[in-house]
Design a protein around this ligand. Sequence first.
Ligand code: MG
Length: 386
Amino acid sequence: MEGIELVRVRLPLAEEWSSSAGTFSHRDSLLVRAVLSLPGGEVEGWGECPALPAPGYSSEYTEAAAEVSLRFLVPALLGANMAGAADVAPALSTVKGHPMAKTAFEAAIADAELRAAGVSMATYFAGASEIEGCVPAPSVPAGVVIGLAGSLAELLDAVGRYLDEGYRSVKLKISPSFGPAPELALSAVRSRWPDLVLAADANGAYEGLTPEEAASELSGLEPLGLAYIEQPLGEDDLVGHARLGRLLTTPVCLDEGLGSYGLVEAALELGACSVVNLKPGRLGGFLAAVRVHDLCTRREVALRLGGMVETGVARAANVALGSLPGFTVPGDLSATGRFFEEDLAGPLALRPDGTISVPAGAGSGVEVDRDLVDRAAFWRRWWPAG
Ligand code: MG
């Protein structure tokens, strides 16, 4: 290893983004650049911390991720005897929490290592899986998440635009306290597009209600044929979700509540969800995510890959992970252009059949736009190894 660089970037979003986790007009992201020194020259790899600028999704946020990285994670990595990406999580295990920050380091080192070896991330993740015959798919179904809309007209306009672009799977953020009522919003979308793969994500907005109260609040969504309703109750309410799941016919999906392999296992044992939304950043890395993929595959639980409004750096790695065969429900995998006019890495193109090709090139298989990184960067720090 030659060294590690932390880069904080601020990139304008193509349009303002709102969910129960907050409203943003820019993506303030922490990137990690890992540089390896090889006989043929230097190879670099990039990772992105998916933490949002404010701690509205989980306790992590970008500035705290940068702080814990420079004070603890980088010194732990540079002090460890590492042979590759598989050694990153063990090297960082003395630092508790901060899974999103840790994920960026694992991704950057995997990207560099795989670029040097000429292996794609999809092939690498499939190789890390313990499922027999695990082969990555050449393409993944694209999916678009639509943030909380101010009005029904705005929402229908947004859904129509994405369907025109070629998306075939839509997830709406819902909140009982912002914008059109969830039942109204989802009914309007369903009646205009009867065959659309449609789902709802509450980001825990019904926290505080009993499962019975939440079931009553959500009963209007039941006839709409939703693929699932994601994280209606609070993050730690696995028991509540299990009770809610028995009261609804719509499948319950968990996201925020599944912060580790053990919690996913507990949720499945309790029957707290029938769909798992997997995010590598929530689990502390892509290799941890492959383990959860394997768990869900063995238990035949529906699995999807979630997004965090990431730049192309993280989305390319997510597409690679999403190519594993256990991902049976369309994820939050959107093409270049969904979130940013100009993206830091790409291309990830939406194909006419509503899928995205899995990059086949070495590493993440996309090119990082160094000029754009330089323009978007407002803080960076380089640590030489050794
Ligand atoms: Mg979610």
